[in-house]
Design a protein. Sequence first.
Length: 426
Amino acid sequence: MPSLNDSSVAIIGLGYVGLPLAVAFGSKRKTVGFDVNQARIRDLAAGIDATLEVSGDELASATQLSFSHDLNDLRACNVFIVTVPTPIDDHKRPDLTPLIKASETLGKVIKHGDVVVYESTVYPGATEEVCIPVIEKLSGLRFNQDFFAGYSPERINPGDKEHRVHSIVKVTSGSTPEIADFVDALYRTIVLAGTHRASSIKVAEAAKVIENTQRDLNIALINELAIIFGKLGIDTLEVLEAAGSKWNFLPFRPGLVGGHCISVDPYYLTYKAQEIGYHPEVILAGRRINDNMGQYVTDQVVKLMTRKRIHVVDANILILGLTFKENCPDLRNTRVVDIVRELEEYHAKIDIFDPWANREEAHHEYGYTLLESLPEDKRYDAVILTVGHKQFREMGAEGIKKLCAESHVIYDVKYILPKDAVDARL
Ligand SMILES: NC(=O)c1ccc[n+]([C@@H]2O[C@H](COP(=O)([O-])OP(=O)(O)OC[C@H]3O[C@@H](n4cnc5c(N)ncnc54)[C@H](O)[C@@H]3O)[C@@H](O)[C@H]2O)c1
C-alpha cells in the first residue's frame, strides 16, 4: 500500500458525495476528480457545481485538484475512492451497474499496492462479493496480495451547509488490519470530526444502510400516525409538539420520503435479507407506508375540494415544490411526482413551481414543464405546498392566498403556513 505522504487520490463519480470529497482531498494532496459525465467535468473545470454543494471559492481553494473524464489520468493515482450512484431498478432491486462499471474502470488502471475505497451505499457484502471480483478479473491482480480495499460510507446530506465532509464523523474499514489503519489515517487528514473504525468492510457497509433504514422507518411511523390523526380530526403537528416535550421522544415529522438515499437504501438491505432467506416485515411495511404518502395527500386534497364543491376535473391546481427536499435542487426520486400523477388521473390541470429545480432536468426526468415564475393573473382552485423551500415560507399565508380563487383549498405537506391559514396539513 502507499504511504500516507505518497498517496494521491482519485475520486470516481463527482456527484453530491464525490465532489465535496474531491475538494476536501484536493486541498491537502494531489487529487484527480473523475466522472464519465463530460458536461459535469466541463462545468467543474469552469468552477461551476450544478448540485450547489460546493461554492466557486471552495472549488478554487482545492489547488491540488484536477478534473478529468479520461481514465489515463487515473494511472498516476494510488488510492481510488468510488462515489458512484447505487439506485434501484423498476422492481426495487439494487441496480449495481454504475458500481460494476466503475470497478471495470479501476480494473484497467489499478497497479500493485493500490487501494480502492468504496463509499457508495450498498448491502453488506457487495464490496467483496461484487466489486472486488470485477477488479481482479480485469486487472489480473489478486485481492489482498496485489491490491487492497476499504469501505467508508458517505454521510453527506444534500443542501445541508452545517453537516459537511470535515464535520461528520466518518466510518472507515479495510480489507486487512493494516489497510484499515491506512484508510482511517487517510480520512483523518480531511475529517476534523474524527473517524470510527469498523472491524470489517461488511460492518461498515451494514452501518451505512441501517442509518437510512432507521430514518425511513421512523418517518413511516410518523406518517402512519398522521393518517390516524387525520381520521380522528386531530392536528398531527400539535400532537408531535406535545409528545416532543418528553426528553426521549424523537423529533420526526411526516412527509413524502424521496431522494436516492432514504427511499432507496432500505431496498438494498431487504434484497440481501431475502437472498439469504429472511423476509423483512417491518422494513418493507415502512417502505409501503412512505411510498403511499403521495396518494394519501392527493386523496385528502380531492376530498377537501369536493366538500367545497370545487370540481376536481379541469380544476387549476398549483404544486409548490418538486425537489425531494427543501432548499436543494436535487430532483432524484422526488415523490411529489406521485401527487402530480394522481391528480392527473382526475384530469386536473396542474402547474408546478419550484425556484430551486433545474427546469430542463425536470422536463428531461419527468416530462414536466415547470412555471418560470408564479403567474400574476391566474387563480388556483387548490394549492399544495409540497416542499419547504425558504421562498414559500417567505411568501407566507398572504402571498399564497393571493394565488387562489375565491373558493379554494390549501394543503400543507410541510408545515409551511400556520394551521389556521390552510384547509389541512399532513
Ligand atoms: N447524496 C447523498 O445524500 C448521499 C449520502 C450518503 C450516501 N450517498 C451514496 O453515495 C453514492 C453517490 O451518491 P451521489 O448522491 O453523489 O450520486 P450522484 O448521482 O450525485 O453522483 C454520481 C456521479 O457519478 C458519476 N458516475 C456514474 N457512473 C460512473 C462511472 N462508472 N465512473 C465514473 N463516474 C460515474 C455520475 O456521472 C455522477 O456525476 C450513492 O451510493 C449514494 O447512495 C449519497
